[in-house]
Write a protein that binds this ligand. Structure first.
Ligand SMILES: C[S@@+](CC[C@H](N)C(=O)[O-])C[C@H]1O[C@@H](n2cnc3c(N)ncnc32)[C@H](O)[C@@H]1O
Length: 273
């Protein structure tokens, strides 16, 4: 049965929450549909990893609310974010909830959709280009490759302990692992994979600020990546790729890659070594 409040929200039929994936960082990597929805916004509630250049796509009069979460610090609680979405859409506004990558990949988009549904608010998800695949791709690392990698898994290192801890024994068997939110937990990830039988020589790439002008790629192996990451001062946001596919980067770009040098894939294809 609908509560009085839910019935009121339903009546304000112009109100809607669009949960939009903003892509991995380069503003060109939002989808056409995402951009079209953004252009209709009355209010945009955006996260830390969203490229702020995208906010210019919203109408000039639209309200822009930063809901970004810094590691270890939440500027708005999840409950407060849910409340804003529900109240604004309930009042008839077009609410854009702009989230990094894809809203349903480690983005709590599912929780926000569930909150809207429970409140009787109309909502729609616009899929985004997830960093889990796009960041390796843009850095020249295919997550699958015939004869080298027939499977990949995406895991967060954030919940490294306790009940939610990833099954490292199972993950160690998968050809390519993509680790998100893994910078702080890198020593743990490396230790668990080696414990579970992954060869210490397995190649690893850490891609910081992928698809952006200041992208940096650090290459190593399970045996030495911690030391390399600490030498160059790797910081979040970063995507970690573990597996033989990492070796393809040099081959695909056709160049010997110096640490810290960013090479656009297109540039490399136009000017092969
Ligand atoms: C909370 S998760 C959200 C993932 C997002 N929903 C997606 O689909 O890409 C944030 C993590 O994604 C990864 N990430 C997001 N943007 C990135 C970027 N531009 N470069 C490297 N990693 C990125 C990092 O591991 C970061 O800690």
């Amino acid at each position: 049965m609908l509560t009085k409040q839910r019935m009121e929200y339903r009546r304000a039929s112009t109100g809607i929450v669009y949960l939009i994936g903003a892509g991995p960082g380069d503003p060109d990597l939002i989808t056409v549909r995402g951009q079209n929805c953004l252009r209709q916004a009355d209010v945009v509630v955006y996260d830390r990893l969203v490229n702020e250049a995208l906010l210019a796509e919203a109408p000039p009069g639209a309200e822009r609310l930063f809901a970004g979460k810094m590691p270890g610090y939440h500027s708005l609680s999840q409950q407060a974010i849910n409340r804003i979405l529900i109240e604004r859409a309930g009042a008839g506004q077009v609410v854009v909830r702009l989230k990094g990558g894809d809203p349903f990949v480690f983005g709590r988009g599912g929780e926000e959709a569930a909150a809207c549904a429970a409140a009787g608010v109309r909502w729609e998800v616009v899929p985004g280009v997830t960093s889990a695949v796009a960041v390796p791709t843009a850095a020249g690392i295919p997550v699958t490759h015939r004869h080298i990698s027939g499977a990949f898994a995406v895991v967060t290192a954030h919940r490294a302990n306790g009940q939610d801890a990833p099954n490292w024994a199972a993950l160690a068997q998968i050809d390519t692992l993509v680790v998100l939110m893994g910078v702080k937990r890198l020593p743990h990830v490396v230790a668990r994979l080696i414990e579970e039988g992954r060869a210490p020589e397995t190649p690893v790439a850490i891609i910081e600020r992928g698809t952006q002008a200041d992208e940096r790629v650090t290459i190593g192996t399970l045996a030495d990546i911690e030391q390399r990451a600490s030498t160059v001062g790797v910081r979040s946001p970063a995507t970690i790729v573990i597996g033989e596919v990492v070796r393809l980067r040099e081959q695909l770009l056709g160049l010997t890659i110096q640490p810290g040098v960013r090479l656009g894939i297109c540039d490399a294809l136009l000017t092969p070594a």
